[in-house]
Design a protein around this ligand. Structure first.
Ligand code: ATP
Ligand code: MG
Length: 243
């Protein structure tokens, strides 16, 4: 689904990511860990082609096609979708109208909104005055309408209350075809700090961003336990031992 080869990314002349290599198979859900400021959001933005992130070297391939030079909308049309950590407010554009614009596969806005307790927000402008948890559900709802093949989720559970955590988690599980065990086609790359989302998706691999690059690919539960006990720097040590 996604192949990133030796990707180096900078913003305003500051290098944020160096020689990133990452491969996500069809049907795979991958977790991405890393301390604040390590570059996780930057990696997702670079995959989507957004913002001022400059690819200095390396390649991003999606379904075998080199998408490194494509615009964000071209990437979205090919089947990549993102839930932003901090999405913008779009005044003058109602949630309902956005869903109509981006929907693929004839998804009905009202039906989708009901699935994430969001019906009462359909007439409101996107993110205008939304609470933190409401923004997450608005983002998720847009992804459900777009129904991408590769889903990039930036801390999807962060700030979501305990009841809505279940709603959001289950909707993400459906988006990633959690219940399809043979021939699953949707893939995901999910950033998490708390790991709550692991209860709702079938993630078999996790990896850690430290010192501008990806280390320690392995079982996500074990990686989280390792980080809790020994911190992020330990990932460098354990990777060196493996080499
Ligand atoms: N224009 C810029 N100039 C310099 N540094 C920048 C610029 N934009 C972002 N950064 C820095 O890049 C680093 C990576 O940011 P990023 O948002 O990718 O981190 P993150 O891993 O997602 O962190 P968090 O877990 O807090 O969300 C941060 O230290 C940030 O301050
Ligand atoms: Mg971030």
């Amino acid at each position: 689904m996604l192949e990133i080869e030796d990707l180096t990314v900078s913003i305003e002349g500051n290098r944020l990511l160096t020689d990133i290599n990452l491969r996500i198979e069809d049907g795979e859900t991958r977790m991405l860990f890393g301390e604040n400021g390590s570059g996780k959001t930057s990696l997702l933005m670079a995959i989507m082609g957004l913002g001022d992130y400059q690819v200095e070297s390396g390649r991003i391939r999606f379904k075998g096609e080199d998408i490194t030079g494509l615009t964000p909308d071209e990437r979205a049309r090919r089947g990549i979708g993102i839930m932003f950590q901090r999405p913008p407010t779009i005044r003058g554009l109602k949630v309902k109208d956005m869903l109509e614009i981006i929907q693929r596969n004839g998804k009905d806005a009202e039906e989708l909104a009901a699935q994430v307790n969001f019906t009462e927000f359909l007439e409101r402008d996107i993110n205008a005055g939304f609470s933190g948890g409401e923004i997450k559900r608005a983002e998720l709802l847009q992804l459900m309408a777009q129904d991408p093949d590769l889903v990039l989720l930036d801390e999807p559970e962060s700030g979501v209350d305990l009841v809505n955590l279940d709603v959001v988690g289950n909707a993400i599980g459906r988006l990633l075809q959690r219940d399809v065990h043979r021939g699953r086609s949707k893939s995901g790359l999910i950033i998490t700090h708390s790991g709550y989302i692991l209860d709702y998706v079938e993630a078999d691999k996790g990896c850690v961003l430290v010192n501008e690059t990806i280390w320690c690919t392995g079982n996500p539960h074990e990686i989280m336990k390792g980080i809790r006990e020994h911190g992020y720097e330990e990932c460098l040590t354990c990777q060196r031992e493996l080499k």
